[in-house]
Design a protein around this ligand. Structure first.
Ligand SMILES: NC(=O)c1ccc[n+]([C@@H]2O[C@H](COP(=O)([O-])OP(=O)(O)OC[C@H]3O[C@@H](n4cnc5c(N)ncnc54)[C@H](O)[C@@H]3O)[C@@H](O)[C@H]2O)c1
Ligand SMILES: N[C@H](CO)Cc1c[nH]c[nH+]1
Ligand SMILES: [Zn+2]
Length: 423
């Protein structure tokens, strides 16, 4: 099922960890073209691209409040309840991330502190090319609301009623009918209907992710590269092959360019998991997508736990499941991962929907440098300071000394003019 690699050498780890990606150069050209067209033709470009890529005709770019309410009302009560339970957990976890300001007296009379300030206008991309990921609205709009973002612009190609119910529940301010790179371009540049935002959030396919990176080069902040989903699983003798296979398939079914990565200590465990995969994949509605994803996935037999830790840190998975003995102790050795799931009863799908953590996470090895979305992603920290006259008397001479050494006389003067004593 999954290509098998036995006892790879450490030298080959970087190559093993590569993800299946579209050719970066041709992708960049496509994105550049989309941005150029959105810049000049604005809303009309959005209509044209939606027709071209999705065979969907749109006139108005934004949904009206009546349209939103009508669609939201179609959600069955059982699904509303499930969304509300997820909402409550995600709210609780993200509220616990509130920044607590602290005034620090760095030297007598010199007080410094920080305050968190919301990013006023944010854009959230909700994937919908092959599945309507309304759960992503919870992951982005809840922390945006807690942070106090004034404008939350949502773009999605999806039209499932739950998208509209969840957007209403979370207090999204504008909803646009567009998806793909053109939606990202619209939020980055602004069009007649879609306001330009200060920061763009959200996962998506390779076009969406490349568009966010392009927007970032043009000066718009982004959360992180959150592209095709992936999961790595570490399995020792405590793991259950049926659970592991189910978890691997849960990410493989996202799309053809998803990748799953099994690292195990026993060959027989990999064999059992492969058999389970074969069985479980047959009944999936998205079997074809999952099968394609499995062809560029990997099942790797390593010599020992240390090698597994090394390989998993090199891979820097979006999600890492630890199906092993003492998972918390193992997790202490992991320095690169978007989100870690511990033990046999913590499926990754729990984090995708309802446990409370955020599912918008760095992929493609970017977990080496980026965190997943959290409350702070929607805030800036502003530093503040207040110095008393006595405080400046103590600190002033050092500032003057340093400013003069940097040949910046005006800086030195700004302090000296306030000092009553100067040696
Ligand atoms: N990393 C994360 O946190 C995370 C979370 C959720 C989902 N995901 C990923 O999001 C992705 C969702 O992908 P999706 O495709 O279903 O939905 P999507 O909304 O990301 O992309 C759909 C859009 O892609 C555009 N598109 C399709 N083919 C194109 C082409 N040839 N040229 C230009 N544009 C084209 C279309 O405009 C379409 O609207 C999956 O890869 C999933 O794994 C990642
Ligand atoms: N696994 C995705 C993140 O890679 C998130 C998601 C949403 N719905 C289902 N899964
Ligand atoms: Zn998922």
């Amino acid at each position: 099922m999954i290509p098998f690699i036995k006892y790879p050498t450490v030298d080959s780890f970087a190559q093993i960890c590569q993800r299946p990606s579209l050719d970066a150069q041709s992708l960049d050209q496509i994105i550049e073209g989309i941005f150029a067209q959105v810049e000049t033709q604005q809303d009309q470009a959005l209509r044209d691209f939606t027709l071209k890529f999705e065979k969907r005709e749109i006139q108005e770019i934004l949904y009206s409040q009546d349209e939103i309410s009508e669609l939201a009302n179609q959600v069955p009560d059982s699904l509303k309840k499930a969304i509300q339970q997820a909402y409550a957990n995600i709210l609780t976890f993200h509220e616990s991330q509130q920044f607590i300001p602290q005034k620090i007296e760095t030297s007598p009379g010199v007080i410094c502190w920080q305050k968190a300030s919301p990013i006023e206008k944010v854009g959230i991309y909700i994937p919908g090319g092959t599945a309507p990921l309304f759960s992503t609205i919870l992951m982005l709009a809840i922390p945006a609301k807690i942070a106090g973002c004034r404008e939350i612009v949502l773009c999605t190609p999806a039209m499932h009623p739950a998208i509209f119910y969840t957007a209403q529940l979370c207090g999204v301010t504008k909803m646009a009918k567009v998806g793909g790179a053109q939606a990202v371009a619209a939020m980055a540049l602004g069009t007649e209907s879609i306001p330009k935002v200060f920061k763009i959030f959200g996962p998506g396919n390779q076009y969406v992710t490349a568009a966010k990176m392009y927007a970032n080069h043009k000066g718009i902040a982004i959360d992180m590269p959150a592209g095709p989903s992936e999961v790595a699983i570490y399995a020792d003798a405590h793991a259950n092959p049926s659970y592991v296979a189910a978890d691997l398939l849960s990410q493989a079914e996202h799309g053809v360019d998803s990748q799953v990565f099994l690292v195990a200590l026993e060959e027989s465990f990999i064999e059992k998991t492969q058999l389970e995969l074969e069985k479980q994949v047959q009944v999936l509605e998205r079997k074809d997508l999952a099968l394609q994803a499995l062809t560029h996935s990997k099942a790797i037999l390593v010599k020992n736990r240390q090698e597994a830790i090394h390989l998993l840190n090199e891979y820097a998975a979006e999600h890492l499941i630890l199906a092993c003995e003492h998972p918390e102790e193992f997790a202490d050795h992991i320095v690169n991962a978007g989100s870690i799931f511990l033990g046999n009863f913590t499926p990754e799908a729990a984090g995708d929907y309802a446990s409370g953590t955020n599912h918008t996470l760095p992929t493609n090895g970017f977990a080496k440098a980026y965190s997943g979305v959290n409350l702070a992603s929607f805030q800036k920290k502003i530093t503040l300071q207040s110095i008393s006259q006595a405080g400046l008397e103590v600190l002033g001479q050092s500032i003057i000394e340093m400013a003069e050494a940097e040949s910046l006389q005006a800086h030195a003067n700004a302090v000296a003019i306030r000092l009553t004593t100067r040696s």
